[in-house]
Ligand binder design. Structure first.
Ligand SMILES: O=C(O)CCC(=O)C(=O)O
Ligand SMILES: [Fe+2]
Length: 219
């Protein structure tokens, strides 16, 4: 397992910048997105247990409104969480389904290994490289402010691209099966992220974004 903070420690060119400039820019989230990438967070056996379980999830394409027109999401999804941890997505109210066994173990592992306390998770399944997710931030009002979002990936390796809202600086993470990407506080405020189409990819990819949301926010 390798673990590193994204940024200075893996080869960003900072020519002409003093250490003070770099620290200043990092504090303002202008150079490096505030994320931690942990490759191989899940063992092959843990990945297989999870994939077997995901095969039984009620994943569905959701109808969403984009610029006034109804579309089906270019991926299937399901939402799990504690009671009252419902989710609002493009004017839809999605009631949290009860935690499946392996998924709740993964939630416990995030708490145990990285002190990331979550009460809900969005599961997205991209059947192949035609499925995708557009630019957005996970900044819904029901998300507890100052909480981290933990993203776990299974299956095909896909590019996860992040883009600074002001400077438009882009950073690419080729997330592989078993990887964990922790998005720290400040990430959703200053950066957007997307999963672009990759037409050569023919294998499915599953992603879990674990979140901490305010229970009963919409009641
Ligand atoms: O599939 C991914 O890696 C991204 C998922 C995502 O951004 C989300 O669920 O909000
Ligand atoms: Fe997201």
């Amino acid at each position: 397992m390798t673990k590193f903070q994204h940024g200075l420690d893996f080869g960003d060119p900072h020519d002409g910048l003093t250490q003070d400039d770099i620290v200043e820019a990092r504090t303002k989230n202008q150079i490096s997105p505030p994320v931690t990438w942990i490759k191989g967070f899940l063992s092959p056996k843990q990945q297989q247990l999870l994939i077997n379980e995901v095969n039984h999830y009620p994943l569905e394409r959701v109808s969403i409104q984009v610029y006034g027109k109804q579309h089906l999401t270019p991926r299937t999804q399901a939402w799990f969480g504690d009671p009252g941890c419902d989710y609002h997505y493009s004017k839809l109210h999605i009631t949290a389904l009860a935690w499946p066994k392996v998924l709740s173990r993964l939630r416990a592992k995030l708490l145990n290994d990285h002190q990331i306390d979550t009460n809900s998770v969005l599961v997205n399944r991209y059947a192949d490289g035609h499925d995708c997710m557009g630019w957005h931030s996970d900044d819904e009002p029901e998300i507890v402010s100052g909480s981290a979002i933990a993203s776990v990936t299974l299956g095909a390796c896909r590019d996860f691209v992040v883009r600074h809202k002001q400077t438009k600086t882009k950073v690419n993470f080729a997330l592989a099966s078993g990887d964990l990407l922790i998005m720290h506080p400040g990430m959703q405020q200053h950066w957007q992220h997307a999963l672009p189409k990759r037409l050569k990819v023919v294998e499915p990819r599953i992603n879990f974004t674990f979140r901490q949301i305010i229970p009963n926010y919409y009641r």
